[in-house]
Design a protein around this ligand. Structure first.
Ligand SMILES: O=P(O)(O)OC[C@H]1O[C@H](OP(=O)(O)OP(=O)(O)O)[C@H](O)[C@@H]1O
Ligand SMILES: Nc1nc2[nH]cnc2c(=O)[nH]1
Length: 183
């Protein structure tokens, strides 16, 4: 089911960002290029594993959640909300702080309100800093989270609730190894 994802991860390069072993992959970086078949494989797997009953919005974070969210939105007809890294100052906008292994910044949630039922999707979960920030923002607006799912999990971050990871990886200075799959 996830052959393309597994093969592409296990042949992906690793670079240093400070002390952090950062793998470079089409899904998590958009480079060198994104194959439609890989996006389809991930979209079909997410449709199988996600609890989509009664869900009215898919929430992703820019930048590297967007193509995954678009794929899922086209397959399910569920609208997409993109959490941005800049403020629009719209009524009801919620700002939260994001810390990752190599960056810090603010995230701005618009377009989700009290009573909305959402699924939260991202490309990768590493420290969990991004998902924790997004879950906090969704809590502040009063949305219900039906499910959280990422394509790739690395490390053992606690985000305070279950997160479905299509694959789990270990990253060493010179390679990525897929150590588990969700299905
Ligand atoms: O679990 P974490 O340690 O939070 O790492 C995961 C986050 O890191 C990347 O985002 P990044 O902030 O690098 O931005 P990008 O999507 O714009 O590349 C990735 O897209 C995840 O959102
Ligand atoms: N591409 C990429 N994105 C990440 N986000 C958090 N960790 C990583 C990583 O190792 N590679």
């Amino acid at each position: 089911m996830l052959e393309r994802l597994i093969h592409s991860l296990e042949t992906s390069p690793v670079m240093k960002r400070g002390d952090y072993n950062y793998f470079i992959h089409p899904i998590t970086d958009g480079v060198p290029l994104l194959e439609p078949a890989l996006l389809r494989e991930i979209g079909c797997t997410m449709v199988r594993v996600l609890d989509l009953s009664g869900v009215d919005k898919i929430v992703v974070c820019e930048a590297m959640g967007i193509h995954i969210g678009v794929t899922l939105s086209l397959m399910t007809d569920i609208p997409l909300v993109v959490v941005r890294k800049r403020s629009y100052g719209l009524p009801g906008e919620v700002a939260v702080h994001q810390t990752t292994a190599y960056s810090k910044g603010e995230l701005y949630l618009n377009g989700v309100g009290a009573g909305d039922r959402v699924v939260l999707i991202d490309d990768v979960c590493s420290t969990g800093g991004t998902l924790r920030a997004l879950i906090s923002a969704l809590g502040q607006v009063g949305a219900g989270i039906a499910d959280v799912c990422v394509v790739i999990g690395r490390g053992d971050a606690d985000i305070g609730r279950p997160c479905k990871m299509l694959v789990r990886v270990e990253v060493s200075p010179d390679r990525v190894r897929v150590v588990d799959t969700y299905l």
